[in-house]
Structure formats: C-alpha cells, structure tokens
Design a protein around this ligand. Structure first.
Ligand code: MOS
Length: 724
C-alpha cells in the first residue's frame, strides 16, 4: 500500500505537533555516529570486494582540440596492466558540452584541461597509476580558446532578466544611491571523501558502490550512459563523506569503473586523486556583479539592480544562479536584474554549496552596508525597513518569513551596537576590531520522495529509501520522525539508506533532502497509524502512541499480534512557486580583527540566526548552520580557484593550495534557531537548512572588515593583499 499526497494545498493541520513520543526536534546524536568515528561505516571504496582490479583515470593536458591517438601498446606491456579503456561512453559527460550534437563520432573532443579521456586498469593501484602516467596521448590542440570571461561576448540568460519600472530614473532621483562592482572567484566543493567507485557485474546485473548525493537520479544517468536498462543497475552509497554539489551527478569514476569491470571481467575500483577531483569534477563559477541601490532619505529602497556575469563551458546549461534571492529579498519598485554567461574553456561549472546565493548574497549585503552608511541608518534597521510584504516581482505571498525576527533576535544575542558606526573605532595592539552584519536568504526547494516504513511484530520499525546521508543527519532525522509518529524509541528504528533497490528518495541537494524525505516518512507513518487505530478501535487522530503502546491501552506488540505492517509514503510536491515564494531567511553578525601591518583578518566570533521552518533535530540542524558559517569564512577570506592564464589549467588543486577554513580560522560561532511552522513548504512544515548558513555570511565579514579598518574590499576572497 502507498500513502500518497500530491501537495497542491498546504497541509495546515500541524498534525505532527500532536504526537507524544517527544523525540522529534530533540538534539539526538547521530545514530550512525559510532560507526563513523570507529571506522566501521564503509565509504565507497571500503566495501569488501574480492579480486578487484584498480583503475586510474587519464586526463587531458590541453585545453581545447581533439585526441588524435592513444597509444595503448605503450603501456600494455607494463607490469600488472590489464587494459586501457578509452570507450566513448567515458567521455559522454564532457561531450554534452557540444551544443546538443549527437554522441561523438571520431576523435574525442577536448573542452578543458583535465578532461578524462581514458582509464588504465591494473592489478594494483601503483601499477595503474604508473601506466597512466606513461600512456602516450597525441593531441591536436586548437589555439585561441577563451579562458577568461572577459575574452568573450556573454550570453544573456533571459529567464532571469527583470526590467520593472525605471531603475536609471530611480538612481538619478535617489537621495542616496550605491553603484558597485564586486567580484568573486571560483570555488571547489572540496568534499573530504574523494570521488570513488567500485563496480561489479554479476551476469548482466551491475552493482556500483559509489559516493553520490542523488541515487534516484544517478541510476538513470548511469543506465543511460552505459546504454542499459535501469533494472540492470544498482547503486549503493550508504555513507558519503560530503558532496556539496560535486556528487549531485555521476562523474567519470563511476562510468569508468562500470565499463572497466565489464571489460576485464572482474570488479574494478576507481578512485580519483585529490587533484583530479579539483581539476575535472566541477567548479563554482567566478562572478562579476554590479549592484545598484536607490534609496530615499530614510534608506527605503526605490530602486534595486543586480547584474552578474558568470561562466561555463560552451553549451552547458547550468549558470550560477547569482540573483536567486535578489528577486525577492528586498523591496524597490524599479528593478533591473540580469544574468549573463561567458562561454569559456574551464572545467564544467556546476552546483557548489548554495549555488547562487553563496556569492550573490555577500555582494548584495556589501551594497546594503554602503547604503546604510550613506543614509546614516543602522545596517540592521536598513534591512528591517526594506523587507517586502509580498514578493516584489511575482506579487506572491511568502510561505513564511522570519527575516525580521532573525535580525532582531540575532542583534540582541550578538550584542549589536546600533549607535553611529565609523571605521577604526577600536584597536587592540596591532589589530583593528570591527563588526558587521548581513541578511541570509536561500530559496526553499522540495522534491518527490518515497520511503517504506515497516513495523515489525516485536514493535520495532524499519525505514528504507534510496535517500542519501551526505553527512547532514538524514539517518537520524528519519529515525526521529518514525519514532515520533509510531510512539517508539529512536533506538528501535532501523534506518536503511543509499541503495537503489529501495524506494526512490529525493536525493541530497539544494537543501531539499530533509523536508522531502521527512514528508515521505511522515506519510508512510500516517498510513501505519490508520491501521493501528483500526486495531485499537479508535480514529487515527485520537490515537496516542507513546513508549511502544497506545496510551492507557495495549502495547504495539499486542496490537500487531505477530503480524508485520508495511506502508510506502509517497510525497509529490505541488508547484509551490505558483502560489508562494518560499525561502529560508536569517541574519549574520560578525566581529573581526584586521592586522594593521599585514592585512590579515581573523574572525573572532560569528552569530547566525535562522528561520527555516520546523527543526527536526536541534543538534544536526545546528551542525548544518555551523558548517554553513564555516563556508562563509572560507568564501570571505581564503577560497579561490586559480587558473593559469596561459594554458587554462587549474593551479591550486589540493587542500594545501585551496584554502578551506581549519579549526584555527573559526572563532566562536553561535547559532540561534528561530523556530517556525511553514505549512506551505512541506507536509512536515520544515524548510531547507543546509545551505542557508553560507548565504550572505561572507558579506557580514566583509562589512566587519570595513568597520574594523576602513578598507571597503570589493573582491572576494579578502586576502591580506586586498585588505591592505
Ligand atoms: Mo547542493 S550544491 O545542491 O549539494
């Protein structure tokens, strides 16, 4: 049986709040935590597979042109080498960058430096790596490939364009106006676990253990790439060591392992090197943005402009959605927004943690800080003044909106001084100390989701879905949801994830995971509760379950009477965007110190206050926010991809050269969760959390740098050379 809800109408009954087990929302520690910290949770390549051969991917050393020949004989005689595979299916992903051309015929085309073109398979990893290094590849390079956005005429993304009223006129009549150009550099997802897969064929059935975010989608991608039916493919990703967008889609290690395993007739393991993960999986586009704000004497916006230039390979569809929350965050009747894409030969640009807002919001929030200063309005007050009552472009209501509460509660908890602000007010030895703030916003998404919940005769439960846990807490919140709904202990729920043999979940991405799969689990449990209510002789809404029993009545074990009950929950979201603008909101506050001699910035403390609907687990939700704020620090101060201007290769392609914040870089961080119920957002009234913590945070740090030392830096990351 399937409990199905196609959500066209908001579910406003808040039925969950009437449950009595009292575990949902509580700071329950990760149910898989012990397995992870004791090393017994197997990641992709740790699955015990007998007799596996090792594959190493070979990548291009030119930026544009074609592969003339691959001299396989040059390495086939080397010790342990089993095969060299340059199957065209391996290069399909890059070939999708060829403006809708049919699958390639003839030589493999090269679109970027570091593009995978072959895989060498050997008995041991060292043998495969050695042979991969010695493989002779002949290229025909094409000169003059555009490598930098300024090398080409960009294309406008017309569906992002807004031209409402007359911004130019609003700018010219404004009491206070701001017109700024701000740049951000490319980012890497830099997940801890590199991209890796083990593939094994049994007859015509393929099983791949991989590190992926979206099995529901990855299975179709893989089947399609290999040219086989989906029912012949099984993907398993029980534990994923971070993804941050880089594992939304399959990449070459998955395809390479599958093709190689077929060819050599043995399981094959392919692990990308850290350098390959950086060079060939994906990047966040660099951006050049123009912000225009036209304010009246009190700082109320009359005009709002945000334009951005991003880049991608020719014909790739994705364009970093820089303007995503600019469409609705602040008012202003005269609006001009535009997104343009430059077609250049850097590796594919795709979703990296909080695509769009991660770089768009910090730029916008610097512009707001400048406007606050020009109009003599406190920065918190300026945001409060400009919160629109309805979406200013779509004229739709917001599903729920906690920006004002986040600004107020955040300011109070941080100890925000709303007095006059001028730079260089506080010095401690060689350090200037200052504070800054910014708003946070991240659109809310949901996806179709299925989960099966089974209640066993012994009164314990199991939930199965191919949903992943990429480190976010999915295992734990699903255990809590089932425990809450069925009135049992969290420890009595077995959560089985990350296997395409299970019902299709929504995958982990875009911060939609918890609200979507949580809703499927909720629906499955509603259906089970109906069956239990019948057995207990009552209606579902009167059924109170707690500690394994009906309140004042029989135990679950007695009700089940040796039987097992099983239901699938199927959540199919309606199109929320037709009726509402739905987003998580929040506010960041930062205190930094800037060294007056070296320009070094240290973040002393940061506070984020967020409103994202129902909190499913206070601890994992808080951890998501801490992670997001840490990303904010990286985006503000250190993270940048550097491409060689001559040959287009990515220069800093490991964690020693690409600087993510380490413990020493993160000061005191406080998270305030402003709990709310959003009945439109999902049947469980929850919204996305994961990415909100970095949607604007870098702007708060930039504004604090200005307040500390007077340097208005307009280029991220704000490295010492730029601050000085
Ligand atoms: Mo996210 S960047 O959709 O994992």
């Amino acid at each position: 049986m399937t409990a199905h809800l196609k959500q066209d109408e908001p579910d406003t009954e808040n039925f969950l709040d009437t449950m009595k087990q009292g575990v949902l929302g509580k700071p329950v520690s990760r149910v898989e935590g012990l397995a992870k910290v004791t090393g017994t949770a197997p990641y992709a390549v740790e699955y015990p597979v007998e007799n596996a051969a090792e594959g190493v991917i070979v990548t291009t050393t030119i930026v544009r042109g074609e592969v003339v020949s691959i001299d396989k004989a040059s390495v086939l005689e080397m010790p342990g080498v089993l095969a060299v595979i340059d199957d065209e299916r391996l290069t399909t992903r890059a070939a999708q960058g060829t403006a809708g051309e049919a699958p390639q015929q003839g030589p493999t085309k090269v679109f970027f430096w570091g593009q995978p073109i072959a895989v060498v398979v050997a008995e041991t990893f060292e043998q495969a790596r050695d042979a991969a290094k010695h493989l002779k590849v002949e290229y025909r390079a094409e000169d003059g490939a555009p490598l930098h956005p300024s090398d080409v005429e960009p294309e406008e993304q017309e569906d992002e364009t807004v031209d409402q009223g007359d911004l130019a006129q609003a700018m010219s009549r404004a009491d206070h106006s701001v017109d700024l150009a701000i740049t951000t550099e490319g980012h890497a997802s830099a997940a801890m676990e590199p991209h890796a897969a083990i593939a094994q064929w049994e007859g015509d059935k393929l099983t791949v253990h991989a590190s992926l975010q979206m099995l529901n989608y990855n299975i179709a991608e893989l089947a399609d790439t290999l040219g086989v039916e989906e029912d012949r493919v099984r993907i398993v990703s029980r534990y994923v060591g971070g993804g941050f967008g880089s594992k939304l889609g399959i990449s070459e290690e998955v395809v390479a392992a599958a093709i190689a395993a077929e060819k050599v007739g043995r399981p094959v393991r392919v692990v990308m090197s850290r350098q390959q993960v950086f060079q060939c999986v994906m990047r966040r586009s660099e951006t050049t943005q123009r912000l225009r704000l036209a304010g009246d004497g009190e700082g109320r916006l009359d005009g709002f402009g945000h334009e951005a230039l991003v880049s991608n390979l020719p014909a790739e569809e994705f364009a970093e959605p820089v303007l995503q929350s600019s469409h609705f965050l602040y008012g202003g009747d005269n609006r001009a927004l535009k997104l343009e894409v430059a077609r250049i030969h850097r590796m594919t640009a795709g979703s990296v943690r909080a695509p769009g807002e991660a770089v768009g919001m910090p730029a916008l929030e610097i512009a707001m800080d400048v406007l606050a200063e020009k109009s003599g309005v406190d920065p918190v007050e300026l945001r409060l003044l400009n919160i629109p009552h309805r979406d200013p472009e779509e004229d739709l209501p917001f599903s729920s909106h906690k920006l004002a509460e986040c600004l107020k509660q955040g300011a109070e908890r941080f100890g925000w001084d709303s007095g006059p602000r001028s730079p260089r007010h506080t010095r401690d030895g060689e350090w200037w100390i200052g504070t800054g703030m910014a708003s946070a916003a991240r659109v809310h998404n949901v996806g179709e989701a299925r989960a099966r919940v089974t209640l066993k005769p012994d009164g314990t439960a199991e939930i199965r879905t191919d949903m992943t846990d990429i480190g976010t807490g999915t295992y734990t919140i699903l255990a809590q949801m089932v425990a809450e709904m069925l009135g049992i202990a969290v420890d009595d729920v077995l959560v089985q994830l990350g296997d395409t043999d299970f019902p299709r979940g929504p995958g982990s991405g875009g911060s939609w995971g918890a609200a979507s799969i949580g809703s499927a689990a909720y629906l499955a449990c509603r259906a089970l509760r109906k069956m239990l209510a019948e057995r207990a002789g009552t209606g579902e809404s009167d059924l109170i379950l707690r500690d394994g029993a009906v309140e004042g009545g029989r135990s679950l074990v007695e009700l089940l009477d040796g039987e097992e009950l099983s239901e699938e929950g199927h959540y199919e979201p309606g199109d929320i965007a037709d009726s509402h603008t739905a987003s998580g909101f929040g506010a960041f506050f930062a205190q930094v110190r800037v060294n007056r001699f070296t320009g070094e910035t240290r973040v002393d403390r940061m506070l984020g206050a967020f409103g994202f609907g129902r909190v499913l687990n206070e601890k994992t939700a808080r951890s998501q926010c801490l992670g997001g704020i840490t990303w904010s620090i990286g985006a503000a101060l250190t993270e940048a991809l550097h491409f060689d201007p001559k040959d287009g290769h990515l220069v800093n392609c490991d964690l020693a050269e690409y600087h993510v914040p380490v413990n020493r870089d993160v000061g005191e961080v406080e998270v305030v969760m402003v709990e709310e119920r959003d009945p439109v957002a999902s049947p469980i009234q929850a919204k996305g959390i994961g990415e909100l913590g970095m949607c604007g945070g870098a702007g708060a740090i930039a504004n604090a740098i200005y307040n500390a030392c007077g340097a208005r830096v307009l280029s991220f990351p704000m490295t010492p050379d730029r601050v000085l």
